[in-house]
Ligand binder design. Structure first.
Ligand code: SAM
Length: 315
């Protein structure tokens, strides 16, 4: 489906659950902010909604996220159900804490790619940024993904005075393991919304640090990619410049919350429920109207901030 600005919307991000086993300081104010929604969708309901969105709204690519998707009880069932309907592009974004023992089953069910959130390679810093969680568990999760043939990317949110001194270390870790690292600019969401100084490290500052150590050359990325891509000797890395060079103009995403609401835009998150369509004998028309409405909220150009936390909208 196309939005008012002519953008093709074909990717769906599903926040399977708002529950999370970490509480990253830039994402939430405390672990208690990650509450499982009492009306969280069951696996069968998620599969039905994805089916409808595929058949009637042109959704082709799925990313499972949250909250923490590995806390969703029937994750394997969801993945297998999505694969059975013929969608093969199934990715997941995770903190990786529970990944080591699940990676094999996830790959067998049909998961293709995993984006791991990893903000520090120093155990103490990892703990202070995430409040909960252990570095070695995420690193073991990454290893398990690689061993099971899953495509892996690592996302590092760069925060002034916290982990900006680790940018080069993280890139070297990626190059050693054949993993593309993507450095994210902080977004003014949740606890950071309307804060004057939210410890932003700009894309230019990131590039400065990397260029001091490596020869860096820009290369082209997928047309609707959120990241700018660069070559360095031995591999590639990306920067997701939410502020410096917003990717709104090529946005192809729609989001589904854990309780069955569609959100068309991070900056303008006006949720519209599609839960009731689960009982509809012929949902096509109603669904298309809702999807059109939802994507009509999409911003034309730049992310302007949001009070909602990422785990609600599906980060
Ligand atoms: N729990 C999973 C994880 O940690 O990957 C999935 C959900 S998490 C909300 C998804 C991504 O959103 C993570 O990479 C996290 O770093 C990012 N994120 C959350 N709040 C952010 C913010 N204010 N700015 C930039 N990225 C943010």
């Amino acid at each position: 489906m196309f939005d008012l600005h002519g953008r093709k919307i074909n990717k769906l991000r599903i926040s399977l659950s708002e529950a999370c086993n970490m509480a990253c300081t830039y994402c939430v104010s405390s672990l208690h902010d990650h509450k499982r929604d009492p009306d969280e969708l069951k696996a069968k309901q998620i599969i039905s909604l994805v089916h409808m969105l595929k058949d009637h709204a042109g959704i082709e690519k799925i990313r499972l996220t949250g909250g923490e998707p590995l806390l969703y009880p029937n994750l394997i069932q969801v993945i297998a159900g999505i694969r059975e309907m013929g969608l093969s592009s199934i990715g997941m974004t995770t903190n990786g804490q529970l990944l080591a023992r699940k990676a094999e089953a996830l790959a067998k069910a049909g998961l293709k790619s995993v984006n791991l959130s990893l903000d520090s390679l120093q155990p103490e810093k990892f703990k202070s940024l995430g409040r909960v969680g252990k570095l070695y568990k995420t690193l073991e999760g990454i290893e398990a993904c690689l061993q099971n043939g899953l495509s892996v990317k690592v996302n590092m949110v760069v925060i002034k005075g916290e982990n900006e001194n680790e940018i080069v270390d993280m890139l070297e870790y990626g190059l050693t393991h054949g993993i593309e690292i993507r450095f994210l600019e902080l977004m003014a969401m949740g606890p950071l919304y309307k804060k004057d100084d939210y410890k932003l490290v700009s894309m230019h500052e990131m590039l400065e640090r990397i260029s001091a150590r490596f020869t860096v050359k820009p290369v082209s990325a997928d047309q609707d990619s959120t990241s700018l891509r660069y070559w360095v000797p031995g591999g590639y890395f990306g920067i997701i410049p939410n502020n410096s060079a917003p990717f709104c103009s090529t946005c192809s995403r729609l989001r589904l919350t854990s309780n069955g609401q569609l959100i068309g835009c991070l900056s303008n998150p006006t949720p519209i429920s599609i839960h009731h369509l689960l009982n509809h004998p012929d949902p096509a028309d109603a669904l298309q109207k809702i999807v059109k409405k939802s994507i009509s909220y999409k911003q034309d150009f730049a992310f302007t901030g949001s009070a909602l936390v990422m785990s609600r909208v599906g980060g």
